[in-house]
Write a protein that binds this ligand. Structure first.
Ligand code: ZN
Length: 408
């Protein structure tokens, strides 16, 4: 078993350092906190520190000290799939998809649920809670059940039926909320202070957030510690983006990788507060948003994490873009047909944005790309294709097979 090298929490705004504990913001300035590790050990021992498979392979760079708290359903270790046919369609030299739909509940959220629920155990909580558009709720409910904790899940009433079924199966306390995520999250965030439950939200909890850092570590390790030139990450509130960027920075500082990839933030046009602010060079302004097929990206007010994403984009010569719902659905079909990867609309927004930015010559086609595809398509709800059926005898079957295979 490997030890955690987490040493302290540091404020991303004023730099004040706090001891490890369940603390959601800076005591001095209320800034967000990030975890810091013993970089000397990371530098000295290198990737030889890592042991085992899946998410907990990266336990040295995660903040869960006691191995008994490291809850797992087999998350992490998702494939990094080279996609030559899709690269050709998009007109880039090289494209890999980091397919997060392969996680236990079909989403990248399982990474943060693992460390979030583990931290709930670490700090002695008996209940968790989250406000979710669907994926986070089903993931936190599953991990809480796995850890023997209660979970109070607030879910978007328009979440897909498969996600609602999954949540209802894994928690006894599922509550549907009216309106969108933004309408409830401010009240819920205030209630977190009461410590009635462990904060499994995306706004502030550094311990939960940290699990997603492993996506950066995996992309680097699966690329032989030479990550692609550009990584495209989805952004709702910014958890996956920030965590992946932090992971790359940490590896560079420890000398594990030669340089950090350029990060591109991908949003849905119907919820594009960060992309809009970045592209216009203006401050972040919350948006009043409605429905987008990319349910998991439906946050109009990304709050302080949104500011953090903007800072990372501006400091790190990043880029941002957004795609319309129709472009996202088109990307979903293209990915399925060209590479056999069935992802949900939230998951393929990165590819839709990548395609759009390449077409507009905002990105260099000669570079190597990795797009994070954050969810499976198996939890998407949509009308099935035609159910018109045919009765066959041998001759009609043979005729059909010959005709079909003769088509160009
Ligand atoms: Zn501070």
């Amino acid at each position: 078993m490997t030890d955690s090298l987490a040493r302290e929490l540091a404020c991303i705004d004023c730099g004040t350092v706090h001891p490890l504990g369940y603390r959601l913001e800076c005591e001095k300035c209320r800034g967000l906190l990030e975890l810091r590790y013993d970089l000397d050990v990371l530098r000295a021992r290198g990737p030889a520190l890592l042991a085992g498979g899946g998410l907990w392979r990266y336990a040295p760079v995660l903040p869960i000290a006691d191995p008994a708290h490291r809850v797992t359903l087999g998350e992490g270790g998702t494939p990094l799939l080279d996609c030559p046919r899709l690269a050709k369609v998009l007109g880039v030299r090289s494209l890999a998809v980091k397919f997060e739909g392969a996680n236990p509940t079909g989403t990248v959220k399982d990474r943060s649920s693992a460390t979030g629920v583990a931290a709930a155990l670490q700090f002695g909580f008996t209940a968790t809670s989250v406000v979710s558009s669907g994926n986070a709720g089903s993931s936190i409910a599953a991990y809480s059940a796995r850890a023997g904790l209660r979970s109070l899940i607030f879910a978007y009433a328009r979440a897909s039926a498969p996600k609602l079924l999954h949540m209802a199966a894994t928690t006894a306390d599922l509550v549907l909320y009216e309106g969108v995520y933004d309408d409830l999250i401010t009240h819920w965030d205030r209630l977190v202070e009461s410590r009635l439950f462990f904060d499994c939200g995306a706004s502030r909890n550094a311990y939960k957030h940290e699990g997603k850092k492993t996506i950066g570590y995996e992309i680097a390790e699966q690329s032989g510690w030479r990550p692609p030139d550009v990584v495209v990450a989805p952004v709702a509130v910014g958890e996956t983006f920030i965590a992946a960027a932090r992971g790359f920075r940490e590896m560079r500082d420890a000398g594990w990788i030669p340089r950090v990839p350029r990060m591109v933030a991908a949003q849905a046009t119907r919820a594009n507060a960060i992309s809009r602010a970045f592209r216009s060079g203006r401050p972040l302004e919350p948006l009043k948003i409605g429905y987008t097929v990319a349910e998991g990206l439906a946050a109009g007010n990304p709050g302080r994490k949104g500011e953090w994403v903007l800072r990372l984009l501006r400091d790190g010569r990043g880029a941002a873009g957004d795609a319309e719902d129709e472009q996202i659905l088109e990307a979903q079909r293209t990915l399925a047909r060209t590479e056999g990867i069935w992802a949900g609309p939230t998951g393929v927004a990165t590819l839709a944005v990548l395609g759009k930015m390449l077409a507009a010559e905002e990105l260099d086609p000669a570079q190597s790309y990795c797009a994070i595809v954050s969810e499976t398509g198996l939890k998407t709800e949509a009308a099935p294709p035609s159910r018109a059926a045919t009765a066959f005898d041998f001759d009609s079957l043979e005729r059909l097979v010959e005709q079909r295979l003769a088509r160009a």
